[in-house]
Design a protein around this ligand. Sequence first.
Ligand code: NI
Ligand code: MN
Length: 220
Amino acid sequence: MQLQFLGHACFLLTDGTCRVLTDPFLTGNPLAAISADQVAADFIFVTHGHSDHTGDAVAIARRTGATVCCTVDLADGLFGPAGVKVQVGNLGGRLPMPFGSAKFFQAIHGSGVPGCLSCGFIFEMDGRKIYHAGDTALMSDMALLAEENIDVALLPIGDVFTMGPEDALRAVKMIRPKLVVPMHYNTFPPIVQDAVAFASAVQEAGFQARVLRPGEILQF
Ligand code: NI
Ligand code: MN
């Protein structure tokens, strides 16, 4: 399977059949690797209602017919009224999907929509597990993920609004993934970070890390 970093918290995961897009903030993102009118998707997973995560989800769903997958509250507050196809779940729940499954995992962060919770996702695709943390603070619940045997953990390192590099390193030690890919940094001046230094720190702690340039594809 492959994972392409499209900038910020946006990734395109595919097993060769299903295309899963996450948090498609492309328009207005100076580091976006593709434009919203070119990206393909069958499913669009959105972690919360902040505009740097909902981004172009509605426009892409309307153009491609993709289904937006999110919490019930985010669908009620945003995507349902927008008239796009939605598939909903909630924290702790696992959605069976044509590509495998997606489990809603808690995140500690605002949601952008009143009454809504922010989340991350654990995707199972092609026998692999990918954890997309969404926007979150460091939380001890991440230790639960060690039992999930995560292959790739996509972790925010930007600081200010989410974990910074030091807390993301503490998260890695709890999650114990096979590979760490940093996200949610450098998009705006307040979240500029040295991702290579973060990757080095992760490696010094005994884990693998890979910094992806926007557009870069990881095969695994
Ligand atoms: Ni946010
Ligand atoms: Mn964000």
